[in-house]
Design a protein. Structure first.
Length: 470
């Protein structure tokens, strides 16, 4: 059975199965009900016809008992008993071969009599009412006698209605039970597909792990194998890209380090004694190129590392924050910034180097935009059953209109100081998404920015320890 594509193109597999199964079932039930009703009605009509024929035979028996059939004697009691057929009306007539009415109703129309001795039945109308007619020819030595008996059809109609009711209600119950059985059967049969759907839906955009075939219906194994082949090709492409990034990092950093060394040598030899300002511009440009290169490589690695999410391991956030202390203390001292650490034990699953990169970008941004003599506090721990790491500063903060745009690559708030490249927060966002975390930017108590990474999944119980200040 083929369903029209134009009408079912937006239907799911469950709807298609239900329609494909239910339409034939309903048609079969309807056809079966019609056949059963017709058969039952024929049986009921045959029973009523037999009752009509019994009236014929009663009259025949009475006629045969008469000494002179030409003069029938039907008492009132006999005729009343014959006509007692409520709620139907019964009419009869007995005629001789010349058509003379010997007994019964004289206003009955004439009918073609059967040529044999069998009772013949037909339908007709008498006194504007539908009637069932039975005719019979009785052969006697004195001549043929013709008996006609007819009755209205009220009992037949009532019988048909009762039969229809008695058959429709059970058939409706059967149809309803069949619909429920098909619905729950299809629903139960599609549960494995639902599990596959949820497993795929729970993945991140770049999660390229193969789909396990175990526990899935064999009918979709070819589809899943093709998907796994596609995932394999994509993983290989990602690995090639990662190798290229690693090679590019090595190839770009080496000449940049050589350039910096040559500048230092030239400055030491007095090449810029007469123009120290130019030396400052060159060193600033070199430092900016180095920072931009590091940010670009970090962003590329964050984008392409979704495929290795299966290699996550336990990462202690408190140890991660401690490592950042030695990295950024010197930069904070240069600007006379009070860089403090409030550390509580918390453990998540992830890639240590990536989380370190995310935290480093948050601290680096805070140092860049916090004015001299400001305050920066780095925290980690658990809140409401979720691990977090956050950086709070006393800088200018971010206005509401720029909160979403700062996560776009290379976007910098107009008028921002420093030589940033607009990749710090996009890198943090990419790494957070990979770890099932969110990045929240709010105003700090000091009027600056509070940047928090909140881990929604994969929280592991940390070892008991006291919160400590660094």
């Amino acid at each position: 059975m083929h369903l029209p594509t134009s009408r079912t193109g937006h239907w799911g597999l469950r709807q298609r199965l239900l329609v494909a199964l239910l339409i034939p079932l309903i048609l079969i039930l309807v056809a079966s009900s019609m056949f059963d009703y017709r058969l039952a009605k024929q049986t009921a009509n045959a029973a009523h016809d037999q009752g009509l024929a019994d009236s014929i035979f009663d009259l025949e028996s009475h006629i045969r008992k008469q000494r002179n059939p030409a003069f029938l004697d039907l008492t009132e009691e006999t005729e009343a008993m014959l006509r007692s057929n409520a709620p139907d009306m019964l009419y009869f007539s007995i005629r001789n071969a010349e058509g003379k009415v010997l007994a019964g109703d004289s206003n009955l129309p004439g009918f073609a009599m059967p040529t044999d001795d069998e009772v013949a039945f037909s339908d007709g109308v008498h006194l504007s009412k539908a009637v069932r007619i039975a005719v019979h020819r009785l052969k006697l030595p004195a001549g043929d006698i013709y008996i006609v008996v007819m009755e209205t059809t009220e009992k037949r109609i009532l019988s048909s209605q009762r039969i229809l009711t008695a058959m429709v209600l059970p058939n409706l119950a059967v149809i309803f039970a069949t619909l429920l059985a098909v619905f729950f059967g299809v629903r139960q049969g599609l549960l494995p597909l639902r599990a596959v759907e949820l497993e795929i839906a729970a993945r991140s955009v770049n999660d390229l792990r193969e789909i396990e075939l175990a526990g899935t219906p064999s009918e979709i194994h070819p589809l899943l194998r093709r998907l796994n082949e596609l995932f394999t090709l994509l993983r290989e492409s990602v690995e090639i890209q990662q190798r290229f990034i690693a090679d590019a990092a090595h190839q770009l950093r080496t000449p940049l380090a050589g350039l910096q060394m040559q500048l230092d040598l030239a400055a030491g030899e007095g090449a810029f004694n007469n123009n120290s300002e130019r030396l400052g511009h060159i060193e600033e440009a070199t430092a900016r190129i180095g920072h931009l290169l590091a940010q670009l490589l970090a962003y590329a690695r964050a984008e392409t590392s979704n495929a290795i999410a299966a290699s996550f391991e336990a990462v202690a956030l408190d140890q991660l924050v401690e490592k950042s202390a030695s990295t950024f203390l010197d930069a904070a001292l240069v600007k006379d910034i009070d860089l403090g650490f409030e550390i509580a034990p918390a453990t998540v699953r992830g890639l240590s180097w990536m989380l370190q990169e995310a935290l480093g970008n948050l601290i680096d941004n805070a140092i860049r935009y916090t004015p001299h003599g400001g305050i920066i506090t780095v925290r980690c721990g658990e809140a409401d059953g979720q691990a977090f790491v956050e950086v709070e500063d006393s800088g200018p903060g971010i206005s509401e209109e720029h909160l979403k745009q700062v996560f776009e690559r290379f976007y910098r708030i107009p008028g921002s100081p420093g030589n940033g490249c607009g990749l710090g927060l996009p890198i943090v966002s990419e790494i957070a998404q990979l770890h099932g975390a969110t990045v929240e930017l709010t105003s700090s108590k000091t009027g600056g920015l509070l940047a928090r990474i909140r881990f929604l999944h994969g929280l592991e119980s940390p070892s008991p320890a006291q919160n400590r200040q660094v």
